[in-house]
Design a protein around this ligand. Structure first.
Ligand SMILES: Cc1cc2nc3c(=O)[nH]c(=O)nc-3n(C[C@H](O)[C@H](O)[C@H](O)COP(=O)(O)OP(=O)(O)OC[C@H]3O[C@@H](n4cnc5c(N)ncnc54)[C@H](O)[C@@H]3O)c2cc1C
Length: 434
């Protein structure tokens, strides 16, 4: 494995606000010995756990193998925004890429993904501080309102419940004049993401799924018409395998790790803010991420803290600079807060793709995988998991919402990874244009 990436699975779990405030995780001891199941899932983030839940609901025998613990990857350390859109692409981009039928099916799946998350939360009574008051994408330049109008029209044409807000409505929703209007998706919202991952694990266990933490899959090989996954102290033989490892993908499947670029993103949480500020900052309690490439994003926690963050270009002294940058950003967007005290900061990796599309693969007969959520995988990954479960129970690929494509490792991947942060300079330049 590349020295650049080795630490992703080896590093300790982040000292995040979510780790400090989440419900305890269920018991998921390591696999000891050999088992045979219908489907083996690699990775216990939202994608793998959603796959497991949707399979087990149909009586399929599933084992989830997780290198560390449920929610160790992006799913337990993100901003917790439940967003029913892709990060960079609109429905028209998807139909252009995959054709009218497949592109629309994928867009519909994305458009319904936030509702799916909150349905699961409701169905399994998940204790994850779920707040479904909407997701808002404010426009950072007046000229970006035209794109917002088109985006809203495209989603509405697919039947998605989205709306356009003018500048005054946006100011009322967000408590600031920083933006110029917005798109709103009422099905979106926010959660404590680590609690969500742990509750998804609990729900899966309740349905009879076996989940083994501290169980990295070290190799996959054919076994008759199925597959054997080897782990340090045992193995799983399964008819079907789902790889759900996103940014934390290692070299388990040839080329998969090198098909995405892991990009470090910092998260910060403030000390609890006074109730009066909670009433004036993001008074709608929506999850908010704006139209910038250098994304400005904010959300409240259950205990009156604001969670935000940033991506940096330079890595030197990163933690301190990320804190300073985020504090300055909060001051600029919500001047009523003044100079916020940051209580905690942590980081995680996003899986970026060169075409900004999430990538879905049928890697071999009976083996599927999904990677490359481009920083927006909480709702998307949950919906993808449901589709991968459908595929594992016999739904043919053409009937899925997922377009399967071949794995394309990026040339000079280590170099691209090393310098990927420079891309942020390009995004910041684009942010200054309409
Ligand atoms: C800082 C940050 C902020 C973000 N904010 C948001 C947000 O607000 N909203 C949003 O929608 N998205 C957000 N994202 C993206 C989102 O977190 C991810 O897209 C999503 O969690 C991906 O889920 P997943 O289940 O596919 O992968 P992950 O949650 O990353 O899980 C993959 C799992 O696979 C395991 N694994 C890897 N290799 C192996 C192996 N060989 N054997 C066994 N296990 C293995 C890992 O340990 C890991 O637990 C953010 C991401 C980050 C890092």
């Amino acid at each position: 494995m590349s020295a650049l990436l080795k630490p992703l699975l080896d590093a300790p779990p982040p000292d995040s606000h979510w780790a400090a405030s989440a419900i305890a995780g269920p018991e998921t001891g390591p696999l000891d010995g050999s088992v045979r199941v219908d489907v083996a899932v690699v990775g216990a983030g939202v994608t793998g756990l959603s796959t497991a839940i949707h399979l087990a609901e149909q009586g399929v025998r599933v084992t989830v193998l997780e290198a560390r613990e449920p929610g160790f990857g992006g799913s337990g350390r993100n901003n917790g925004q439940i967003i029913p859109t892709l990060s960079r692409l609109d429905p028209a981009n998807l139909t252009a890429a995959y054709g009218e039928a497949k592109g629309s099916a994928l867009a519909r799946m994305v458009g319904g993904s936030a509702a799916l998350v909150f349905d699961l939360i409701e169905r399994y009574q998940m204790r994850c501080d779920g707040v479904q008051k909407g997701w808002i994408q404010p426009a950072h330049r007046p000229g970006r309102m035209k794109a917002a109008e088109q985006r809203v029209a495209q989603w509405q044409a697919l039947g998605a419940e989205v709306a356009l807000l003018d500048a005054a409505q946006t100011e009322r929703a967000l408590g600031t004049r920083f933006w110029h209007g917005a798109m709103v998706a009422p099905t979106g919202g926010h959660v404590n993401p680590l609690s969500l991952a742990r509750e998804m694990a609990r729900a899966a266990l309740g349905l009879g799924v076996a989940i083994h933490g501290d169980t990295p899959v070290v190799s996959i090989g054919r076994a008759g018409s199925g597959w054997t996954l080897t782990t340090p102290r045992g193995g799983v033989t399964a008819d079907r395998v789902v790889l759900a490892t996103n940014a934390y993908t290692d070299d388990l499947w040839p080329g998969l790790r090198r098909s995405v670029v892991p990009v470090l993103n910092f998260q910060m949480v403030t000390e609890p803010l006074p109730a009066a500020l909670r009433a004036s900052v993001l008074p709608s309690d929506m999850a908010c991420s704006d139209t910038r490439g250098d994304l400005h994003f904010f959300r409240w926690t259950a205990d009156n803290r604001l969670v935000s963050g940033c991506t940096l270009v330079r890595s030197a002294d990163a933690e301190r600079r990320a804190r300073e940058r985020t504090r300055e950003r909060i001051r600029r967007v919500f001047p009523q807060i003044g100079n916020p005290a940051i209580a905690r900061s942590w980081s995680g990796h996003l899986a970026m793709t060169a075409d900004f599309r999430p990538h879905f693969h049928e890697l071999a007969p009976g083996v599927t995988g999904a990677v490359g959520y481009n920083g927006r995988g909480m709702a998307l990954g949950t919906a993808v998991g449901r589709e991968l479960a459908r595929h594992a129970t016999g739904t043919a690929a053409p009937e899925l919402a997922l377009p399967f494509t071949p794995v394309k490792p990026l040339p000079f991947h280590d170099l691209v990874t090393r310098f990927s942060r420079l891309y942020m300079l390009h995004l910041r330049r684009l942010d200054r244009t309409d």
